[in-house]
Design a protein around this ligand. Structure first.
Ligand code: NAD
Ligand code: FE2
Length: 383
């Protein structure tokens, strides 16, 4: 059996590590860069924390600051227009998954212009050239987009979240500076943290799981369990730092093995209802775990032990139940809504959502075979 692992060339971790950005750009002789971010991050001065670093070192930068959450094809194309006229040699992404994914898509099109229509990038594809170098600085603790080989872009014309998988999009350098995450509002820290937990758990039980990603996933879920509540509810500095690393570690795992149907189902909700990704995952995760537990109870025992539960003397069903209950308990402590009804999803859309989810690229990794009827029933349980 041969397994592949793809990770960043270089990554930095720690408060203040954003200072390394200028050093990395200079050592690679990148002189003109494009900074990609969004308006919320401009308003709360997170973008300034990065432009201060660039200005101090005399690095010339252009800006594209209009990425929206659940970014669209139009977003990528708008960013590309700025990139193309400024003759840049690298892209800096400062933001959550939405910003980093937009930057990754732009980087691919810059060097593979035959994909300027964007929709041809949907799915697992092999582009000819490596993307323009991306330097990614996450500001949420969830997606791990800074270390994954995926980017997710909404094709609005077809109501579809395209999951684009391509080794050429991985950022060359990731800088995980918890200072950039310290100001996240409670609900954002909570829901993005649940996205990271979903990556760790779905990545661990996915079909392609094997030793090295397993180590990442198990350690990531342990860290998330110890730190997410304090990070989100109390803004505890140490816990926020641990969450920053935990989400990255989960990304080192799932990016190399795939996920499962929590993500397939969350992508449909994002496409049709613009549901924040972490919120969709948090609501769906317990239901899908329960469904998948039937085929891999041993893995649930391991997950239970990893998150600190006593798993002795439990039969398979009880072991799965205990892990599921622990996930629900954490989600409630984080004050996350527990049903799709509460967040305004229309019940009559469930068959449409399910028909799209079954064809999502993440479905193939699910440990249990699924039908559209299974997915409909899971959405109904979550409703
Ligand atoms: N590439 C991958 O591997 C991968 C994995 C999972 C999810 N995703 C995608 O990532 C996107 C979600 O990303 P996300 O969950 O990080 O959220 P996001 O990037 O959509 O950000 C959500 C909101 O939070 C704001 N925000 C970000 N950081 C902040 C901070 N520090 N303080 C205050 N506000 C802040 C943003 O401005 C935005 O308004 C989805 O499109 C999802 O599909 C990608
Ligand atoms: Fe995710």
């Amino acid at each position: 059996m041969i397994n592949r692992v793809v990770l960043n060339e270089t990554s930095y971790f720690g408060r203040g590590s954003r200072r390394k950005l200028a050093e990395e750009l200079k050592s690679r002789r990148y002189e003109k860069v494009l900074l990609v971010s969004d308006q919320t991050l401009v308003q709360n001065n997170i973008v300034k924390m990065i432009t201060d670093v660039l200005t101090a070192e005399g690095i010339i930068y252009f800006e594209y600051l209009n990425v929206r959450p659940n970014p669209t094809v139009a977003n990528v194309q708008e960013g590309l227009r700025v990139a193309q006229i400024s003759n840049i040699d690298a892209i800096i992404a400062v933001g959550g998954g939405s910003v980093i994914d937009t930057a990754k898509a732009m980087s691919i099109v810059m060097t593979n212009p035959e994909h300027s229509g964007i929709v041809s990038l949907d799915g697992a594809i092999k582009t000819r050239n490596k993307g323009l170098p991306v330097f990614a600085l996450p500001t949420t603790s969830g997606t791990a987009a800074e270390v994954t080989i995926n980017y997710v872009i909404t094709d609005e014309a077809n109501n579809k979240k395209m999951v684009c998988v391509d080794v050429h999009d991985i950022p060359v350098c990731a800088i995980i500076d918890p200072d950039l995450m310290q100001g996240m509002p409670q609900s954002l820290a909570a829901t993005t943290g649940m996205d990271a937990l979903t990556h760790a758990m779905e990545g661990y039980i996915t079909k392609a799981g094997w030793l090295i990603p397993d180590i990442f996933h198990v350690n990531s879920m342990a860290l998330i369990y110890k730190n997410l509540e304090q990070a989100a509810n109390e803004k505890d500095e140490v816990a926020i730092e641990k969450m920053a690393y935990a989400q990255y570690i989960a990304g080192m795992g799932f990016s190399n093995v795939g996920l499962g149907i929590v993500h397939s189902m969350a992508h449909s909700l994002g496409a049709y209802f613009d549901t924040p990704h972490g919120l969709a995952n948090a609501i769906l995760l317990p239901h899908v775990l329960k469904f998948n537990g039937e085929v891999c109870p041993e893995l649930f025992r391991n997950m239970g032990k990893a998150i600190g539960l006593n798993m002795d003397d439990l039969n398979d069903e009880a072991a799965v139940e205990k892990v599921v209950n622990a996930v629900v308990e954490l989600s409630k402590k984080l004050k996350i809504p527990q049903t799709l009804r509460e967040i305004g999803i229309q019940e009559e859309m469930i068959p449409t959502l399910a028909n799209q989810a079954i064809n999502d690229i993440c479905t193939a990794g699910n440990p249990r075979e699924v039908t559209v009827e299974d997915i409909i029933s899971l959405y109904k349980k979550a409703y």
